[in-house]
Design a protein around this ligand. Structure first.
Ligand code: 0L1
Ligand code: MG
Length: 265
């Protein structure tokens, strides 16, 4: 992975993304101005954003894998997964009313979240390593929000925008991985009482633990590892569903219970 942006450009783009996230205003995709931007550049901007938010008092609580299902890659026109970071300020309680104020293109994804009890590091991290290091899994809904105008972006820009991370909700019934067949686990996504999408968790790279292993190996490339106690979202199992104030969303997971939320303005 080659970083082509200068430190000044990385800071500039980091400030641009931070402003868009904080104020909820759309910006043009970053590759419009920097057509030669690489995936490594995207991660350099994302890392600068993470360090800046931590310096402001946000607490890093984990990571998210994104673009991990074929449905999602097809929907977004990309063919490589991505990762982003999660902070305490993005967490929302289940069964709560979540304000969409300040979000630009809010959409929801149903995901399996892993909570680790041992450190994980790359390179060469495998799904078996992930399962051995997992304390429990739980169902989650991610609320993503791309900050790019007209919803037009590419992988480099999405990575710089922290993989569209905005909010997330964990809940349902936490379970040990040894008690589940995670690949065949089914999920049904409902909006306002109507079924919108359904799939099995194998839609995420064949097994959600594969997505977490991929995330750990990407972290290694960034000079980072995954400490014990991390909360990791393994990626949307179905395509993302657009939401608006007044909508109610329920993600019903086989063996893991449901996560429900409703949205307000
Ligand atoms: O969580 C994800 O799958 C990341 C999605 C990034 C692109 C988008 O905003 O849909
Ligand atoms: Mg996601």
């Amino acid at each position: 992975m080659t970083i082509t942006l200068s430190p000044e450009d990385i800071t500039r783009l980091c400030e641009r993304v931070e402003g868009a996230q904080a104020r909820g205003h759309a910006i043009p995709k970053l590759t419009g101005e920097y057509p030669g931007m690489t995936i490594a550049d995207g991660y350099a901007v994302q890392s600068a954003l993470r360090k800046r938010l931590i310096a402001q008092g946000h607490r890093l609580i984990g990571w998210k894998a994104g673009l991990t299902s074929r449905a999602k890659m097809r929907q977004m026109g990309v063919d490589v997964p991505s990762i982003g970071f999660l902070t305490d300020r993005m967490a929302r309680p289940e069964n709560s009313a979540i304000s969409l104020a300040g979000l630009i293109h809010p959409r929801v994804e149903c995901e399996i979240a892993f909570v680790t009890e041992r450190d994980l590091s790359g390179p060469g991290c495998t799904a078996a390593d992930v399962l051995n290091a997992t304390d429990y899994v739980l169902p989650a809904i991610e609320i993503i929000d791309s900050r790019f105008s007209g919803f037009k972006f590419d992988l480099e820009s999405v990575i710089a925008d922290n993989g569209s991370a905005a909010l997330f909700v964990g809940g349902g019934r936490p379970r040990r991985v040894t008690d589940l067949d995670l690949a065949t686990l089914g999920v049904v996504m409902e909006k306002n009482g109507e079924m919108e999408a359904f799939a099995a968790a194998a839609a995420v790279l064949g097994h959600p633990a594969e997505a977490v292993a991929m995330l750990v190996n990407i972290l290694h490339g960034l000079g980072e590892s995954l400490p014990a106690g991390s909360f990791v979202m393994s990626g949307g199992i179905t395509e993302a569903i657009a939401v608006a104030p007044g909508d109610h969303v329920a993600a019903r997971f086989q063996d893991l219970g449901s996560v429900s939320i409703r949205f307000t303005a």
